[in-house]
Design a protein around this ligand. Structure first.
Ligand SMILES: [Mn+2]
Length: 328
């Protein structure tokens, strides 16, 4: 049982202080999972101290979620002083920014709780992994820990988990029957579902609108094996731009962004592209692309990304080559 393995590991390390780290720009799934897991651990070990932090802060949406959960992120977590570290929703340690180095030298146990295919380097560092690539969200993985322990969710725990699941499934559009059953369970904790979900709708900021529009103006497209593949670049909001290009009609979108010498690429594909080609963007494109950029890449079947150093144009060209190979 995962929950027992986690507790055994924490007890073995005489854990007093846990530092939970979320990926950079932490989204409501990472935040919700961190809240619910902290709450679970405090119920079992009331004296435990827990710091939650996210490299480079949290996303705009998370900034609305945090006060609703009466939660604050620690700006400078005490990684060196921690007895154990728990990574949430973080499949490559590159997503931890400058803390990645601290993790490499950390001597205590490192746990990872996630729903992404974890990167080999992360696997090497981590003592215990609780991951399920089939789960909709990290919140779903955390929910199962409550079930294993027979713990009933409090209102706040349920709120946190529902927010994460709703966010990562695009408001349940990508949810399967297992996830929907979990949603029903979570909602039965007497929460106002509509009110909770309203925390996740934000009007789009002008900068994001502009990034999407610029990305669509700069599109170059290719037809690869009958699929419409588009490439573009914007300096921010690459993921949002890639999603926008899919909704315009592309089967696959790769949007690069360059800042100085560093480059990041967001990849998105439509579900029919994945169902038919079986190409897993995280493994087949983002991972090798990350290596090519001397950085890291990974992610899901239809949503992935890579970061590293180099040139945006060159990164997209390499991406096109990878894709041609994968499709043929
Ligand atoms: Mn997630």
């Amino acid at each position: 049982m995962s929950a027992q393995a986690i507790m055994a590991l924490l007890d073995q390390a005489d854990t007093e202080l846990i530092v939970m780290l979320c990926h950079h720009n932490a989204d409501p799934d990472a935040i919700g999972a961190a809240f619910a897991l902290s709450s679970l651990l405090k119920r079992l070990r009331p004296t435990m101290k827990i710091e939650v932090s996210s490299a480079e802060g949290s996303s705009r949406l998370s900034k609305r979620v945090l006060p609703a959960l009466s939660m604050k992120l620690k700006k400078a977590p005490n990684i060196e002083g921690a007895d154990a570290i728990i990574l949430l929703d973080t499949n490559t340690i590159q997503q931890l920014g400058h803390w990645a180095e601290k993790l490499r030298t950390f001597s205590g146990p490192i746990l990872s709780i996630d729903h992404h295919a974890s990167h080999p380097e992360t696997q090497r560092l981590v003592t215990l992994t609780v991951e399920d690539e089939k789960a909709s969200s990290t919140c779903e993985v955390v929910f199962r820990l409550f079930c294993e322990l027979g713990l009933k969710l409090t209102k706040m725990e349920a709120t946190a988990l529902l927010l994460g699941i709703a966010f990562d499934t695009c408001h349940f559009a990508h949810a399967n029957s297992t996830t929907l059953k979990i949603v029903a369970d979570v909602s039965s904790a007497n929460i106002d579902v509509r009110k909770v979900l309203s925390l996740l709708s934000l009007p789009m900021e002008e900068s994001e609108r502009m990034a999407r529009l610029k990305a669509s103006k700069r599109v170059k497209f290719l037809r690869i094996g009958g699929w419409i593949v588009v490439f573009s670049h914007v300096s921010t909001y690459q993921a949002s731009a890639a999603r926008a290009l899919l909704s315009l009609g592309a089967h696959l979108a790769a949007v690069a962004g360059q800042r100085g010498g560093s480059v990041s690429v967001s990849l998105r594909a439509s579900q029919d592209f994945h169902d038919s080609t079986k190409i897993h963007l995280g493994r087949r494109l983002a991972q090798p692309l990350g290596e090519y950029l001397n950085g890291m890449g990974g992610g899901h079947a239809v949503a992935a990304g890579a970061n590293g150093t180099g040139d945006a144009e060159d990164a997209l060209t390499y991406c096109a080559e990878l894709l041609k190979k994968a499709i043929s």
